[in-house]
Design a protein around this ligand. Structure first.
Ligand SMILES: CC(C)(COP(=O)(O)OP(=O)(O)OC[C@H]1O[C@@H](n2cnc3c(N)ncnc32)[C@H](O)[C@@H]1OP(=O)(O)O)[C@@H](O)C(=O)NCCC(=O)NCCS
Length: 315
């Protein structure tokens, strides 16, 4: 995703909001316990800077110069907001309004001189309008992967699996799913119409791949990996990719889809533990995490062990 497009969306959704009251920066007296409604603090070698309501500074007898209005930009990701704060401070500078930027875990905040608060809000609202707030949200497109999509798919797979879904811990180096997807693209069990990308505003933001798997002679689909860009997770993109795979599977007369994953997520699409349909997992230790979705033409009476495409490296 290009930074420019990102910024466009971020600007359109920043929702500037003014906090009530006036805020001041004070240098906290060394050794004195913190007091008052501290809104932000920065420790430096020279001392502790504290931002707090003006009334608190007055009652504590702390001196200050700058009296500011506090504006919060209600965007979600602090990482994404890097470009945002640069754009915001540039716009305010152009309007000759000085601003101090504070980045919190969830949002970015700017403090502008109290006297300029209304004008600052106007500038910010103009920025929102110029970024096309009223434009309709880009539509999610689901389509078969094209060879040109592969670098983007590998990048998003690396991002999606940077934290292991099994351990919940950050992965050192390239997640193994990246090499797996790379190998699946070139294996003989690759099925072009079951490598599906989700595209948003022209960018690949999600991908799912299903390859040929078997139980004895019975051909099934082995689904995975599936990944969505972390910042867009929990927005329905994974579900859309799952439903598209199921719809394509039914349309193609596939019998069923097998996968390894959390039943809490996949049961919503109709997946059940594979053993309940007579299919054993390639690794018996997978237990209920190995699941199967019988499609419209599931034959019944199936018995045997599921075999994934060769790149999975499981017998
Ligand atoms: C798993 C993944 C593909 C789901 O895509 P998504 O776009 O985030 O999911 P959706 O928005 O369609 O669905 C979100 C719902 O699924 C749930 N969900 C998502 N991942 C889940 C998981 N691993 N376990 C249980 N529930 C999960 C969410 O809680 C949410 O439930 P809710 O709607 O009841 O709040 C995506 O989160 C992802 O890429 N994760 C990292 C890689 C990964 O774990 N891949 C799957 C390995 S089996």
């Amino acid at each position: 995703m290009t930074a420019e497009k990102d910024l466009h969306t971020l600007l359109a959704t920043m929702h500037p909001e003014v906090r009530e009251g006036e805020f001041v920066y004070v240098l906290w007296p060394h050794g004195r316990p913190l007091a008052g409604a501290v809104a932000a603090a920065v420790r430096e070698a020279e001392g502790l800077t504290v931002v707090l309501p003006r009334a608190d500074a007055d009652s504590l007898g702390l001196p200050y110069d700058f009296v500011g209005a506090w504006i919060t930009l209600q965007v979600h990701s602090s990482l994404e907001a890097i470009g945002l704060t640069a754009a915001v401070s540039a716009a305010l500078t152009q309007a000759k309004i000085s601003c101090n930027v504070l980045a919190g875990f969830h949002h970015d905040h700017i403090l502008v001189p109290v006297a300029d608060a209304d004008r600052a809000l106007e500038v910010l609202h103009e920025l929102v309008a110029a970024s096309g707030e009223d434009k309709p949200a880009p539509e999610l497109v689901l389509r078969s992967e094209q060879p040109a999509d592969r670098p983007a798919i590998l990048d998003l797979t690396a991002a999606a699996f940077a934290v292991s879904p099994v351990t919940g811990l950050p992965v050192q180096g390239e997640p193994e799913e990246v090499e797996l997807v790379r190998a699946l693209f070139d294996c003989e069990e690759y099925l072009p119409e079951f490598s599906i990308v989700a595209e948003l505003g022209g960018d690949v933001v999600g991908h799912v791949i299903s390859t040929r798997g078997r139980v004895g002679e019975l051909e099934l689909l082995g689904l995975g990996p599936i990944g969505v860009l972390p910042r867009l997770q929990r927005h329905g993109i994974g579900s859309a990719l799952m439903k598209e795979t199921i719809a394509r599977g039914n349309a193609a007369g596939e019998r069923g889809i097998a996968l390894l994953g959390d039943p809490e997520y996949y049961s919503r699409f109709g997946f059940v533990p594979s053993t309940s349909l007579g299919v054993a997992a390639p690794d018996p230790d997978w237990g209920i995490y190995f699941q199967l979705l019988p499609l419209a033409v599931w034959p019944g009476g199936v018995s045997g062990t599921f075999r994934y495409a060769k790149p999975f490296g499981i017998a």
